[in-house]
Structures are given as structure tokens and as C-alpha cells.
Design a protein around this ligand. Structure first.
Ligand code: DX5
Ligand code: ZN
Length: 217
């Protein structure tokens, strides 16, 4: 299992150190939650955080954009040095726009992901699956860390996992929200390939053991 620790739960004054601490513990991805105060009520960082991390952190920079109008902003997150840029399907006005966002990310040689919120039907992803590098299923309402995992995400993960096998799609299947050893086991069984974990890892004395346990799933 690939683990992508979420910096949302880290010490905001030492993001480089907090990312590298997870790398030393065995994580290969680092998850960067960008919130604009519109798509979700909270605000976090802008592309500056990606620029800061890029030269100082040899991890896969997994940028999760919880922002309105991704077509206007994805380019700066790509150019800042993200390896993967994931935007929300709900933030796009129609299918044509979502496809333009994917094409724009790819034109900048960055991997493209789409995320869906808990109330969005998984079939709405169908038109994009062939061209995505990552699909991110939200297992909580996006906007803050430390929430309870929603089991309704399990059917979505199973659907995306079987579609991938059936059609030979290449996307990584990532899950975000309320992940711990117990919920991690459930999503792994359903077919998840990347687990985002924030509050389960950061601020915990035994974060190395926790990370190791998740990685073994
Ligand atoms: C929530 C963010 C998550 C968050 C997860 O909107 O997208 O990445 O950091 O936090 P935990 O793991 O605490 O649920
Ligand atoms: Zn996230």
C-alpha cells in the first residue's frame, strides 16, 4: 500500500521537516491539501507551499485542490512542482471543462487526478477514467481533518477497482478521510492503492509504527 501522509495535520511552521519525517518513516508520497475558502470554508496554502517543498523533499508531491474554478489555477500548481494535481469534479461546470483541466495538467507533464465528494455518484467519473492517472475518493466531506470515515465510500472504491481491472485503466486509486488501521483495512480490501492519512499519523508518538502498519495493508 502507498501511504500519502497529509500535511494538513502537520506542524504548519515546519512543513519541510514534517514531510521528510514521514519519508524517513517509509512514506513515498506527501499529500498537500489546498483549500481556497470558497469550494470549502477553510483556507490553507497556495502554490507557494509546493514551491517550498519541491527542492527540499524527494517525495511524490500529491496536491489535492479543494478550490473553485480549477481551470484557472491548475497550471500554477503544476509549474510549482507537483507530481500529481487532483481537482474536484464538483468544481467544474461541465464535462467539457473537466476534460480541459485534465488536458491542461497533462500538457504541463504532470499526472492528473479527479476527486469526488461523498455525495457525488461514482459513475460520474466514467467519462474521464481512461485519461486519469489518479482517482481520489473522499471518505469524509472535504474541508477539514479528523473526521469520521464514511463507509459509503467502500462501494465507490470497489466500483473503481473493478473498472480498472476490467478495462485496463492505469489510474491509482486513492482514498482520503478518516483513515486509520481499521478503516485502512476496509478500503484496502475494497481495492484502494493509496491511503491519505493526516490525524492518524501527525502528532502521534508512534507514527512510525502506524505508518508501517498502514503500508502493510
Ligand atoms: C480533508 C483533506 C484530507 C485530510 C484528511 O478535506 O482532504 O486530506 O487531511 O485528514 P484525516 O486523515 O485526519 O481524516
Ligand atoms: Zn486531501
Amino acid at each position: 500500500m502507498i501511504i500519502s501522509p497529509s500535511l494538513l495535520a502537520a506542524d504548519k511552521n515546519n512543513l519541510v521537516g514534517e514531510a521528510n519525517k514521514m519519508k524517513e518513516a517509509g512514506a513515498s508520497f506527501i499529500h498537500i491539501d489546498i483549500m481556497d475558502g470558497h469550494f470549502v470554508p477553510a483556507t490553507t496554502w497556495d502554490e507557494g507551499v509546493v514551491k517550498t517543498l519541491r527542492p527540499r523533499c524527494q517525495m511524490v508531491l500529491d496536491t489535492h485542490l479543494m478550490i473553485e474554478n480549477p481551470l484557472a489555477s491548475v497550471a500554477k500548481y503544476c509549474k510549482a512542482g507537483s507530481d500529481i494535481v487532483t481537482f474536484h469534479l464538483e468544481a467544474c461546470k461541465d464535462e467539457e471543462e473537466a476534460k480541459k483541466v485534465i488536458d491542461l495538467i497533462h500538457s504541463l507533464h504532470v499526472k492528473a487526478g479527479i476527486s469526488i465528494k461523498p455525495n457525488t455518484p461514482v459513475e460520474e467519473l466514467d467519462p474521464y477514467l481512461a485519461s486519469l492517472d489518479l482517482v481520489l475518493v473522499m471518505s469524509v466531506e472535504p474541508g477539514k481533518g479528523g473526521q469520521k470515515f464514511m463507509p459509503s465510500s467502500l462501494d465507490k472504491i470497489a466500483y473503481l477497482s473493478s473498472k480498472k481491472k476490467e478495462k485496463g485503466y492505469l489510474y491509482l486509486l486513492e482514498v482520503d478521510g478518516g483513515i486509520n488501521a481499521e478503516t485502512g483495512r476496509l478500503v484496502a480490501k475494497a481495492g484502494a492503492e493509496v491511503l491519505v492519512a493526516g490525524s492518524y499519523l501527525y502528532g502521534k508518538e508512534d507514527y512510525k509504527d502506524r505508518l508501517e502498519a498502514l503500508a502493510k495493508l
